[in-house]
Ligand binder design. Sequence first.
Ligand code: FAD
Length: 289
Amino acid sequence: MYPASFEYHRASSVKQAVGLLAQHGDDAKLLAGGHSLIPLMKLRLAQPGHLVDIGRIPGLSGIRVEKGAVVIGALTTHEYVASSPAARQSLPVLAEAAGSIGDQQVRNCGTIGGSLAHADPAADWPALALALDARITAVGPAGKRAIAADEFFVDLLTTALRPDEMLTEVRFPIPPAGSGAAYAKHVHPASRFAVCGVAALLVPGSGGTCKDVRVAVTGVGPKATRAGAVEHSLDGKKPVADAIAAAAARAADGIEMSADLQGSVEYKQHLTCVCARKALERAAGAMKA
Ligand code: FAD
């Protein structure tokens, strides 16, 4: 199918892109890597009258480490993150998760900003953003604001971004020394999207315990979400096999799931617990004394 006709704009700055969004309102869409939006337009599930190409705006691509955080520009591709020495050194789980996205072509074109803004229920970045307590920077006509990942994912394909705002970067705080983080994903065999993905972060506490446990799940419900029951179960305990198994068994508690082409609710609940156990085991293994 061909998309409905639209007017194409190539923005050369964030200010210009945001101005076009403000001017055309709901009739405008930003275009980054196009790997989510173009398929939707071809299916006519999205029919924007104005397409604002942000792909050539300078300064929005790349990774820097500053003030205790890994900061990733909105236009940074998944492949760039997957092969980034800065990501691998400072927060290796980012590179690990990015390398699991789609295939090579998807990773070469798709961007972290597009993925977070699109908020596909099976996307990987939302789980990472939640588990790692990311801050998302949005720029609109009124200026810049930071949105905590916990506040960002509102519903299916819906975020806290306003229609005239553009996501410009994502800030992942580098966890305290000795922390372990991991991402476990059950991959859809055709698309490589997450049928279920669980991201986990364990921070070392006293006497071999872990604290500030953060676990987030994607793929099984309308939006990525924190797995609070797992977090409470493991917080303050030693991350040994029994404690991890007991915590992971609660991974589906309180998480909204519905049956679909991927499987029944029972299957998704089971998968969530399995992925949570894998993520927690790997995160515990990555902790350093
Ligand atoms: P676009 O498609 O250009 O835009 C997506 C949406 O976000 C649009 O509504 C657009 O207006 C908006 N947007 C884009 N950038 C911004 C911004 N900076 N600020 C505000 N709004 C913005 N994803 C995964 O997570 N895991 C997978 O395994 C995976 N597999 C895939 C397999 C296939 C075959 C395909 C086609 C896609 C797959 N994806 C997967 C999705 C892919 O990662 C997309 O690239 C990504 O979700 C969207 O990024 P994009 O740059 O292509 O955004």
